[in-house]
Structures are given as C-alpha cells and as structure tokens.
Design a protein around this ligand. Structure first.
Ligand code: FES
Length: 175
C-alpha cells in the first residue's frame, strides 16, 4: 500500500489546475468563432451585396420621361444568399440630374407604375400618385418614391438596391 506525500498531492493539484485553465482558454478560443458565426445574421441581415448593373449611361442621358429597368439584386439574408429581380425607374430630378427610384410604393409596398398619359407615377393599389421626379402628388403615400444610390462606372449606370420602411414620412433603410 503506497502513501501519498504532501508534495505529490500539491503536484497533482497543480497539474489539475493547469489542465482546468488550459481547457477553459481552449474552450473560450474555440467559442469565439462559433459565437461570431451565430451572431452573423444579425449584422448581415438583408444587405444588398453589391452594385447592380442597369445599363449603359448613354441609354439614359437624354431621357425625357422615366424609364423602367429590371435589375438583378444579390442579397445576403442571414447565411442565405438570394438573387432576385427588382424594378427601378431612371428619371431626372428637378435640376435635370439622373436619379434612380425604387418601384416599391412607400405606402404599403405595391409596385408603382409609370403612366405616360397622365405624366405621373401611379400606384395600382390605393392610387397614390407621384410626379416624374418621384414626389408624392396625391393619395395615401406618406412620402415620395425612394431614391437609390447610383453610380456610373466604365460608362455603365449601376444601383445599390435597398429596401425602405413603409408608412413613415421619412425615408428609412431597412435592408
Ligand atoms: S400601396 Fe401604393 S398607394 Fe397603397
């Protein structure tokens, strides 16, 4: 029968303590990427991934009425990447500068249509009306049509597509 000395006991205690500390540190280091992975959707939710091409800028420089164009929008929603086709309008503002408008109505989200005969955008759902530069001219919409960030690169017009909160008087990005 062997007897345990005091120094053996303290050596075992020290080793156990070292293992516990090592295990805790290793666990913490392995946990950081996991926590970042789990929280990722909160920071990445609904962000359009990149600029969407609209077409050659020369197609729009001399436009006199709004034109509609489809754009492909790649979006990261949580861990899932989605690719959707959206509609935008290219118009000129009151100073004659090109601008890109989303077709989503700021009232309840229906698709706003350009009506050439009325020289106005009209929403088919509750008859909101907007001037050619997107300002609200009638109906229940709380604000004008939302402008989107646009750029011209290598002779092509591109848009950074966004979604905006409905039913509020000020433009507010939600994704
Ligand atoms: S959704 Fe456009 S007017 Fe209501």
């Amino acid at each position: 029968m062997s007897e345990t000395t005091g120094s053996e006991t303290s050596r075992r205690g020290f080793t156990a303590w070292l293992l516990a500390i090592g295990g805790t540190i290793t666990g913490a280091l392995m946990g950081v990427p996991l926590v970042k992975f789990l929280l990722y959707p909160m920071s990445a939710k609904g962000e359009a991934e990149k600029w969407s091409d609209i077409g050659p800028i020369s197609d729009f420089e001399s436009l006199t009425t709004p034109v509609q164009r489809p754009v492909i929008v790649e979006q990261l929603d949580g861990w899932r990447k989605t690719v959707q086709e959206k509609v935008v309008y290219i118009t000129k503002d009151t100073s004659g500068k090109l601008q890109v408008l989303t077709a989503i109505c700021p009232h309840l989200g229906c698709s706003v249509q350009w009506n050439g005969a009325k020289n106005s955008f009209v929403c088919p759902c509750h008859s909101a009306a907007f001037s050619p530069d997107g300002k609200c001219t009638g109906g229940p919409a709380p604000r004008g049509m939302d402008t989107l960030e646009a750029q011209v690169k290598d002779g092509r017009l591109a848009v950074h597509y966004k979604y905006f909160k409905q039913l509020v008087p000020e433009k507010e990005v939600i994704g």
